[in-house]
Design a protein around this ligand. Structure first.
Ligand code: SF4
Ligand code: SF4
Ligand code: SF4
Length: 152
């Protein structure tokens, strides 16, 4: 799943406020939360940002209109501790001999994995917050010591 930092790094990062947000980071958070869209950053319409704009649109396309969870992983806050990996009930159920034993995942059916010291989220359709029958699960948020996981 795309992270705030990935979006932020593709923005002009001038904090010009033309989008109505006070910083480009705030705009990246709002885009990920589907409260703002790429077109609201008008500096991106300049020719020198063409490739960055296209990349942003392609990154956000999977989330557009999808019934997804609104999960934001603030990778800049993640310490890679792995608490969320072993706390997520989906990880525990899908990987009983890895995450289910409080260890690193042993397969790719999990939602959370720590790669190079940062958590990555995938298989998001498995999340209990996904879709029409979603449940307000907090199991990954509560054990995170840095507040790196947020749902918007
Ligand atoms: S308009 Fe674009 S460049 Fe300006 S603050 Fe917003 S996101 Fe940053
Ligand atoms: S909300 Fe629950 S099911 Fe979804 S990723 Fe977090 S812990 Fe796993
Ligand atoms: S619990 Fe928080 S800090 Fe630890 S790996 Fe997960 S997101 Fe990163």
């Amino acid at each position: 799943m795309v992270t705030v930092m990935e979006l932020y790094q593709l923005l002009p990062r001038t904090n010009c406020k033309k989008c109505g947000e006070s910083t480009c980071m705030a705009f990246a958070v709002a885009m990920l939360g589907r409260k703002k869209n790429v077109a609201e950053c008008t500096p991106l319409l300049e020719a020198n940002f063409k490739k960055q704009k296209e990349k942003l649109e392609s990154l956000l396309l999977p989330a557009a209109g999808a019934e997804e969870t609104g999960m934001i992983v603030h990778s800049e806050l993640c310490t890679g501790c792995g608490n969320c990996v072993v706390a997520c009930p989906v990880d525990v159920a899908n990987d009983p001999h890895g995450a289910g034993m409080g260890c690193a995942p042993t397969n790719n059916k999990v939602i959370f994995k720590v790669v190079d010291g940062k958590v990555l989220a995938s298989n998001i359709k498995e999340c209990r917050r996904f879709g029409k029958n979603k449940v307000l699960c907090y199991a990954c948020i509560d054990p995170c010591p840095t507040g790196a996981i947020e749902f918007v």
